[in-house]
Design a protein around this ligand. Structure first.
Ligand code: BG6
Length: 463
């Protein structure tokens, strides 16, 4: 059957400044937390490849924007690097950054592509990190200033703004796991960082509407319903808590303007409540997002904590543990489960629990290692697995829309192979191949397929 999507559906991709731009001598960019961490500990990064070059978008944006057209984009999301625009986080604006972003945004608009600009994709100016980062309220104030500067400078080119991408990730990875800087384990700090990030997001929503009351602004969350191992009471309870921590900690204040009561009660009971004021809670209450971005890669499978293990309320495994479900379908390169039904289930959750707020699927994709082995005789990568991955997820999205979900776009991760945090260039996600040595770009088979998908506003597949 032909899966026909609604009119004006957003087809395109998402990426981020830190993962694509790279740095060149004299560009005026300051160090971000990633630049700093790489200098301190390059061995943590796959093949010791750091964020310095990324996919050289800063130098090759003209070619890359042409590839957006070649792959059928009518929409594109990237992010401004705070450390490029304001190198020390709260001081002078870098005029070279202003010129660069204006030129890039103008070029994208000239191609008739909808532009969605995110303000923060895991990248804090190191000068602010050094002063305590998101544990310090001064960072919230600096972020609000940065956001306002972006709105004032770039609003005419931007169709929709985003405050943060996946704000729970730096909380989990930086303060509970150890794969983002500052790589510490401290639940009390994690909660404070999460709270200040939410406050910053709400302040950016307010600033955006002050600059242009009609402009839409979103937050992007990595959502999935939490699936319990079993129907046993303990597993169900664990899944409920996992959803509160992992999703609703940002979803509820961003969409409903309030934290879930049960989450607050758990934090209180465990002496984990952050410093806050009533005035701040009022700002959160009054500045909810206009729409939601949802990133979906893998489900969250949960089981009750193992009672035999000594756990401490300052670690999340005190409340729930990840469930390694036997027989699950995997992307072995990334180590993530592939579960298409998750899209449908989260669409229904948004519909039922979040008043069917307007949303866009802002990331979904498949990272694969060593794709060179899939070349055909012409040298093109035949990434049929990526096409199948996208189709499988789009079918579930289609069904959700048929059943009333208010989703109006699909943005793939991502249009060109890009640098990824600690994994650097291990897994490739692009519709376009990037040769790291020559910087040559080349369409993959999926790039051609994606153009057809966007041009036809749908695709043919077996039911
Ligand atoms: C998302 C992030 O969580 O997943 C991206 O927003 C990231 O920045 C993407 O690159 C894919 O994950 P990874 O770790 O394989 O790059």
């Amino acid at each position: 059957m032909f899966y026909q999507f609604p009119e004006n559906f957003w087809w395109g991709s998402s990426t981020s400044g830190p993962q694509t731009e790279g740095r060149v001598e004299g560009d005026g960019k300051g160090d971000s937390n990633w630049d700093y961490w790489y200098k301190q500990a390059p061995e943590k990064f796959f093949d010791q490849v750091g964020p310095g070059k990324a996919s050289t978008f800063y130098e090759h944006y003209q070619t890359d924007i042409d590839y957006l057209v070649k792959t059928g984009h009518n929409s594109f999301r990237t992010s401004i690097q705070w450390s490029r625009l304001i190198p020390d986080g709260d001081g002078e604006v870098n005029p070279k950054a202003v010129a660069f972003y204006k030129e890039v945004f103008q070029r994208i608009k000239d191609k008739g592509i909808r532009l969605i600009i995110n303000l923060y994709h895991f990248d804090l100016p190191y000068a602010l990190e050094e002063k305590g980062g998101w544990l310090n309220k001064a960072t919230v104030i600096a972020y609000e200033r940065y956001a306002r500067i972006c709105f004032e400078l770039f609003n005419p080119w931007v169709d929709a703004w985003v405050t943060f991408n996946e704000p729970i990730v730096p909380v989990e990875a930086g303060y509970l796991g150890q794969y983002h800087y500052p790589a510490i384990v401290d639940a009390k700090k994690a909660v404070q960082v999460a709270y200040y990030t939410q406050l910053a997001s709400s302040l950016a929503v307010r600033a955006c509407h002050q600059v242009d009351e009609d402009k839409k602004i979103a937050i992007i969350l990595n959502l999935t319903p939490a699936y319990a191992r079993s129907t046993a009471k303990e597993d169900q309870e664990a899944a409920e808590i996992a959803a509160l921590f992992q999703a609703k900690s940002f979803l509820d204040p961003s969409v409903k303007g309030e934290y879930p009561k049960k989450l607050v009660a758990i934090l209180k009971e465990n002496q984990l409540l952050p410093d806050y004021t009533d005035e701040e809670l009022k700002i959160i209450k009054e500045n909810t997002v206009d729409f939601l971005g949802v990133n979906y890669y893998q489900p969250l499978r949960v089981q009750a904590p193992d009672k035999r293990k000594e756990t401490h309320p300052l670690n999340v495994d005190h409340f729930y543990q990840t469930y390694d479900m036997p027989g699950k379908k995997m992307n072995p390169y990334r180590g993530w489960e592939i579960y298409e039904q998750g899209i449908y289930d989260l669409a229904m959750m948004i519909m039922k629990e979040y008043d069917n707020i307007d949303w866009v699927l802002t990331e979904n994709g498949m990272g694969v290692e060593n794709e060179g082995r899939f070349r055909d005789e012409t040298g093109q990568i035949q990434d049929d697995y990526r096409i199948e991955f996208i189709k499988g997820h789009l079918i579930k999205l289609y069904e959700a829309i048929q059943d009333g979900a208010n989703c109006h776009g699909y943005l793939l991760w991502t249009f060109i192979d890009c640098w990824s945090w600690l994994n650097a260039y291990k897994n490739r996600y692009g519709l376009v191949e990037l040769d790291l040595y020559t910087q040559e770009r080349r369409l993959k088979k999926s790039g051609e397929w994606y153009r057809q998908l966007a041009n036809h506003n749908g695709f043919e597949a077996q039911e």
